[in-house]
Structures are given as C-alpha cells and as structure tokens.
Design a protein around this ligand. Structure first.
Ligand SMILES: C[S@@+](CC[C@H](N)C(=O)[O-])C[C@H]1O[C@@H](n2cnc3c(N)ncnc32)[C@H](O)[C@@H]1O
Length: 282
C-alpha cells in the first residue's frame, strides 16, 4: 500500500486544517462525546507510567494528551497539531505538565530518542504522509519506547452510513463543488490486515491489537445530517455549503434513502468502530 498519497496536496492539507479549525468548538461533544471515549480507551491500553515523557501526534483538543498527562505526572506531555483552533482548545484545558505546539507530524523538531511514548489518536488516516509520520515517531522514540494508535475501522459502518457517504460525491457534483480528497486507501487504515502491517514496516513490533465498537441511532434526517457533517471534511464542507432550500431537499433525500433500506431498524443507525494498536519501537 502506497503511504505517500499523491492527493496529499497543499490544497488537501489546507482543506483538512480548515475543517478541524471549524469543528474545534464542537469536537469534544460530537456524537455524545465519542472522541473522548476513544481517547480514554487508547490511554487505558497503553498504560503510561509516572515520570514518562510522551508525545501526542495530531493532538487536536488534547483529549489523549490530557489523560496521558495525568498518568505521567510529574513527567511531561507534548501535543502537536496543525490546527490552531484545535490547539487553542487543548491549551484552554490547563494541564500543568502539558504543552501544545503547532507542528507537522511529518517534520518533528525533537531530537532522536526523546520520548518514552508516542500516541496517535484518530490521526493516522488524516496525515499528509502517514509513512513519514510513523518514521518520525520511530526516530523520536527511545529504543523500547511505545506507540499507541487508534484508527477508525470503516468497513464496520452500517448500511445507512454506506448509503449516505456514497451519495456525497454525486451531491458535490450537482452543486458544482470540487473538493480535494485523499485516496480511498486511507479508508482501509483501520482494518486488522492493514494497521499492524503499517506499524511493522515502520520498525515497530505490534504487542496488542483490539477493537472498540460504538454506535447509535439518529432520530431523523436533520439530526443525522448534523452529525455526519462532523464526520469529515467532505461531508462538512458540502453540508455547510447548502442553503436552507437545498438543505431541506437533502433531508428529504436522506429520509427516502433510509426508507429504501427496507428494515426500519437499519434507518439512521451508525457504527463508529476503531482498531487500536500498541507497538514497541524495535
Ligand atoms: C480526528 S483529530 C484527532 C484529535 C485527537 N488526537 C483525538 O484523539 O481526539 C485529527 C487531528 O490531526 C490533525 N492533523 C492533521 N494532519 C496533521 C499533520 N500533518 N500534522 C499534525 N497534525 C495533523 C488535525 O488538525 C486534527 O486535529
């Protein structure tokens, strides 16, 4: 699998950072606090120890970083990200032993073998160059240091989600919107036959692999569309670009797509599933 994505252009990176800047205020509360639950599980699995030095890559609002900071205290956590707005929420949470810096995962400024632990919570599939970011994580980790990664497992999405996401590209075309996108290979990063291989080929031994499956059901098309807007840059940009009339049209289309699933139990149902790996630097 090619890790340097030919679609990782400056446009794509700007589009992605814009998306995270815009959703930053709603990030922690999205889907009933879903990201916080995923972060808590990842930190439970990696078991940070008192006094350790940790780096949280793509820290966002610092959900993982702050949990790690509480465990490693008096050790230190550094969180890095490209979205200023996400970082400003991370900083507002006031950790004594955490620092948040604007930096790309692919170009870390730290010396080799600086950290005991590197975390990447729901970040790998968004990075411009995931291979380079893993090799940077390897460089800054001490020998025997640990890497913890969570990645959405998209193959476990529901039929309702599949149907909705399949409809986005035609919807964009209908509204003459041309949006940058990563290649579809990214959507396989959270599969059990892909993530361990990515880590192994970056010089890590995978010690633990586990899954977290969450899900729920939206009440209606409006709630569904609002939630799906937070799911990624493409749905967000598209949905927010629609004026009230087209928005109502989309709601009607979503209602009828959900009806077409046949079983009312399938309608408006979503799964958010994650693969989590803890690995040791060779
Ligand atoms: C889905 S959020 C994850 C936030 C947090 N780790 C969590 O577990 O909730 C992904 C984050 O990766 C950041 N990001 C994307 N590309 C990046 C890059 N090349 N370098 C650093 N951060 C990046 C985004 O700005 C965003 O805040």
């Amino acid at each position: 699998m090619a890790l340097m994505d030919p679609d990782a252009s400056d446009d794509m990176i700007d589009h992605l950072v814009d998306f995270f800047d815009q959703i930053a205020p709603a990030y922690d509360g999205w889907a009933g606090g879903q990201h916080a639950r995923v972060a808590a599980r990842l930190v439970d699995l990696v078991k940070p120890k008192k006094g350790q030095r940790a780096l949280d890559v793509g820290t966002g609002t610092g959900l993982v970083a702050h949990l790690v900071a509480a465990k490693v205290n008096p050790g230190l956590v550094i969180g890095i990200d490209l979205s200023d707005r996400m970082l400003s929420f991370a900083r507002s949470k006031h950790g004594k032993n955490s620092q948040f810096l604007g930096m790309a995962a692919e170009r870390l400024v730290f010396r080799p073998e600086t950290f005991d632990l590197v975390t990447m919570g729901e970040t790998l599939a968004y990075l411009a160059d995931p291979g380079e970011a893993l090799s940077e994580a390897h460089r800054v980790l001490k020998s025997g240091g640990r890497l913890a990664v969570s990645c959405q497992r998209r193959s476990l999405s529901t039929r309702a989600q599949d149907l909705f996401f399949q409809g986005l590209a035609p919807l964009a075309r209908r509204h003459y919107l041309s949006l940058p996108r990563y290649s579809s290979e990214r959507s396989r990063f959270g599969e059990p036959d892909v993530l361990p291989q990515l880590l192994e080929s970056a010089g890590f031994d995978v010690n633990l692999l586990t899954e977290m499956v969450t899900g729920g059901r939206a009440q209606n098309a409006r709630e569904w569309i609002e939630m799906m807007a937070g799911a990624g840059p493409l749905p967000y940009t598209l949905i927010k670009a629609l004026g009230p009339r087209y928005r109502m049209e989309l709601e009607a289309e979503v209602e009828s797509a959900m009806d077409s699933l046949g079983d009312p139990d399938d309608a408006f149902r979503y799964h958010h599933s994650y693969l989590m790996a803890v690995a040791t630097r060779r």
